[in-house]
Design a protein around this ligand. Structure first.
Ligand code: SF4
Ligand code: SF4
Length: 92
């Protein structure tokens, strides 16, 4: 539980802009810690793809992520962003 809270509220992490991801899997292939896998979109109203948008997307296993940001740097669509939680400044 503590690990989950630290991952979620204190540590910077890569996040996906699903609206521009083409699901090319370059990020998955490039991840040195195998922290990315491709999964079907969660059948939630907000995440439901619009017509023409992909039906799968990469997901991050943050416990495995070393925060190298190789995925963000290599994404041809610039669909991976670095998210910095509000409390991240407290972790030094
Ligand atoms: S590299 Fe970019 S476009 Fe390709 S699957 Fe990953 S996030 Fe999506
Ligand atoms: S930041 Fe590095 S370790 Fe984390 S998901 Fe991206 S490529 Fe993998």
């Amino acid at each position: 539980m503590l690990n989950f809270l630290i991952e979620r509220y204190f540590k910077t992490r890569p996040v996906l802009d699903v609206s521009i991801c083409t699901v090319c899997a370059a990020c998955k292939d490039a991840c040195p810690t195998k922290a990315i896998d491709i999964f079907p979109l969660i059948p939630d109203v907000e995440l439901r793809p619009k017509v023409g948008e992909p039906r799968n997307r990469p997901e991050f296993a943050y416990q495995k992520c070393s925060r190298c940001y190789r995925c963000r740097d290599l994404c041809p669509q610039k669909a991976i962003l670095m998210y910095k939680p509000f409390l991240s400044g407290l972790l030094k």
